[in-house]
Design a binder for this molecule. Structure first.
Ligand code: DUC
Ligand code: ZN
Ligand code: ZN
Length: 455
């Protein structure tokens, strides 16, 4: 054995029990009691929870967007991930007209490999089918380990949107090749209509970001995507669900037995659209925007009863000076907020407060994303899996501040948020990468996760 974590309470998605974990060559070699400790490093986790590392299934690192590039690259974004108990991130490389899937992914992999501080996988965003040639590449992409593709139903002017016919072609091809299609659902024509009117009327504050993309704008696209996926019996994963009406449509299809997965994000569980009335409202600008209380309540309800499958972050921070570009015009604010370091602590704190169980927090943040996206060696503390492990102190009080985060951004929407309990150690395949407030890992330690086809 290389390492024993002893006396902790092991938490999986289904049970919690006291036992020791023995790790060898980066894998969980045994779980039990009284392993020989001779010549082995031992970590005493008495009084602590021992959890599978979180999988943040939604990040945008070094993403060109909104006239700039997101403030966390692969190094700082994965460093922050490690310090928040995230041991795998799923980033979103973007295929552009004329480019293929594999060349898009490989160029991002080349950037990520020397910098990654945790393991990483890619969902590939498809923006153009290149006269359908992209569809012929799906099989090779799946063999390569890219088993999920994303479509934007929005960002039309930015050249990222796919139309409904393209979406259906992608849904069908993904189904045929054992992949899954992720969608960002908002209706761009309705957004543009609203934006034109608000700008004409001189309504330019961050509040109008929300009003230009209110509940029904997201719901229309959610329902359309659900309808299309249902009609052709293709699996669908809806990213960052934020509105009640769309949630209800997705849940109804799920309950009918369709393969529809729902992701939401901590920002939608914590904040409502009221944040856009604040003086610093532009810092909260992301798309889809935070919605009204009714939607937040519906999201929490669905989390509690098991109808939301995953919680991930949509981590896409920008610096204050970039957010300030939209001081006098909300359309100039780069969309996106920070979250990768806050995901697991936030959901575990909710568990510590009794809102959900710790098992459910593990299911949402680790076990389900591993299952849905084919990460067979991750997502659970069981023998044979990667030793991606978080030790969590349920008694540690923590107040989030930009000063105690490990990203490259200069502000956070989470400033001042008090958490009950906090991760104290993170291991990636048995390597200690975070220890009591400090990043102790090495860039380059993170490996590409080759995923297996969905079905
Ligand atoms: N929304 C954001 O807020 N940022 C990045 C991409 C997205 O869809
Ligand atoms: Zn999105
Ligand atoms: Zn996103």
């Amino acid at each position: 054995m290389d390492l024993i974590i002893k006396n902790g309470t092991i938490v999986t998605s289904t049970e919690s029990y006291v036992a020791d974990i023995a790790i060898k060559a980066g894998k969980i070699a045994a779980i039990g009691k009284e392993f020989s400790e001779v010549g082995v490093e031992v970590v005493d986790a008495y009084g602590k929870l021992v959890l599978p590392g979180a999988i943040d299934a939604h990040t945008h690192l070094a993403m060109p967007f909104g006239g700039t590039v997101s403030a966390d690259g692969y190094l700082s974004g994965t460093r922050a991930a490690a310090c928040g108990g995230v041991t795998t991130v799923f980033d979103y490389p973007m295929q552009r007209k004329g480019n293929g899937i594999l060349d898009t992914v490989e160029s991002r992999k080349a950037m990520c490999d020397p910098e990654a501080c945790v393991d990483y996988a890619f969902h590939c965003i498809i923006t153009d089918l290149n006269d359908d040639k992209i569809l012929d590449e799906f099989e090779a992409a799946v063999d390569y380990g890219i088993t999920s593709f994303k479509c934007f139903l929005v960002y039309k002017k930015e050249g990222m949107m796919v139309d409904d016919a393209t979406l259906v072609k992608i849904l069908l091809k993904a189904k045929e090749t054992g992949a899954i299609t992720n969608i960002h659902a908002e209706n761009p024509d309705l957004i543009d209509l609203n934006i034109e009117q608000f700008l004409r009327e001189g309504k330019t504050s961050a509040w109008y970001h929300y009003l230009s993309r209110p509940e029904f704008v997201e719901a229309e696209a959610d329902k359309r995507a659900v309808h299309l996926a249902k009609s052709i019996e293709a699996p669908l994963y809806i990213v960052h669900m934020a509105d009640k009406e769309g949630l209800e449509a997705a849940v109804a299809a799920k309950v009918e037995g369709h393969e529809i997965y729902i992701e939401t994000c901590p920002q939608y569980l914590e904040f409502t659209c009221e944040v856009y009335k604040r003086e610093d409202g532009r810092n909260f600008v992301c798309s889809p925007p935070m919605k009204a209380q009714e939607s937040q309540d519906a999201l929490w309800h669905a989390i509690k009863v098991g109808l939301i499958d995953t919680v991930a972050t949509d981590h896409c921070p920008f610096q204050s000076y970039e957010k300030d570009w939209g001081k006098d015009d909300f359309t100039k604010i780069p969309n996106g907020c920070a979250g990768v370091e806050n995901l697991y602590p936030y959901m575990l704190s909710a568990a510590n407060e009794g809102k959900i169980t710790f098992n459910r927090a593990v299911e949402l943040c680790s076990t389900n994303p591993a299952k849905i996206f084919g990460c067979n060696s991750k997502g659970s503390l069981t023998v044979g899996k990667d030793a991606d492990i978080v030790i969590y102190d349920p008694n540690k009080e923590f107040t989030i501040s930009v000063e105690n985060m490990h990203s490259d951004y200069d502000h956070t929407i989470w400033e001042g948020k008090k958490l009950h309990g906090y991760p104290v150690k993170t291991f990636v395949r048995g390597n200690l990468v975070y220890n009591d407030g400090e990043f102790v890992g090495k860039p380059g330690i993170g490996q590409f996760v080759k995923r297996v086809a969905h079905k």
